[in-house]
Design a protein around this ligand. Sequence first.
Ligand SMILES: CC(C)(COP(=O)(O)OP(=O)(O)OC[C@H]1O[C@@H](n2cnc3c(N)ncnc32)[C@H](O)[C@@H]1OP(=O)(O)O)[C@@H](O)C(=O)NCCC(=O)NCCS
Length: 221
Amino acid sequence: MLKIEPLGDRDVVEAAQLHRVVLDMEFLSRFGPRFMRTYYRAWIHSPGGLALVARERDGALLGVLLGASDPALHVRAMVRDHGLGLAGSIAARALTSPPLAKDLIITRARRYLRGLYRLALKRRATSSAGSNDGTGRRVGEITHVLVDPGARSRGVGRELVAAAVALVREAGVQELTLVTPPDMDARHFYERLGWFQEGSMQSQSGEEFLKFRLHLDAAED
Ligand SMILES: CC(C)(COP(=O)(O)OP(=O)(O)OC[C@H]1O[C@@H](n2cnc3c(N)ncnc32)[C@H](O)[C@@H]1OP(=O)(O)O)[C@@H](O)C(=O)NCCC(=O)NCCS
């Protein structure tokens, strides 16, 4: 029996650890355990953020979903409230890992420094009245879904996404988007759940991603 709950303080250590195991190839995972814990903590009280955990009845953590009903609001709150903690963890890790420091400078330093600059300007996080994609529709996003390898193909991922869809729909979101690397199996998972692929994009750091979208008006929970 599966329980889907909002991510809470007690989940942070386990969820961050699961993330590093399941998505060890992701750049974020290279920033280390301290960074990942702060990253997860930043979701807990974020206005506009969406974070869920799936647990077995006996309490074992089986999966995690991160996303946002209002991505712009969430990112501003994350930078404002946790930007310094995240930057400190990255700097500490980079100092002990020259390859990471090099990749960081080449692919991300400019973007991260821009975020810190904004933080220094003390921009206050205010509601963006719903992120939209230029069409006036409210668009949320899923940034990560990850399931413990020992608990795959049991519907955990499906339940996490269904719970996220129900929550953002209640918040007035009309569409959800996500990106996933072209070489990962997750694309078939999202297609199975009714998402449709709408092209690809290159991240600001230069990686290729497939873009997926789900219209909530038409989606089944
Ligand atoms: C992708 C992932 C979240 C799926 O979780 P899961 O709990 O195993 O998926 P579910 O059991 O809920 O599957 C839901 C449906 O998707 C299908 N599906 C799941 N993974 C699939 C895959 N790799 N290829 C094809 N179909 C897949 C299932 O068959 C199922 O369809 P059905 O109900 O019609 O049989 C999980 O494999 C995972 O954590 N992968 C690594 C992390 C990742 O890639 N995350 C996404 C990018 S952030």
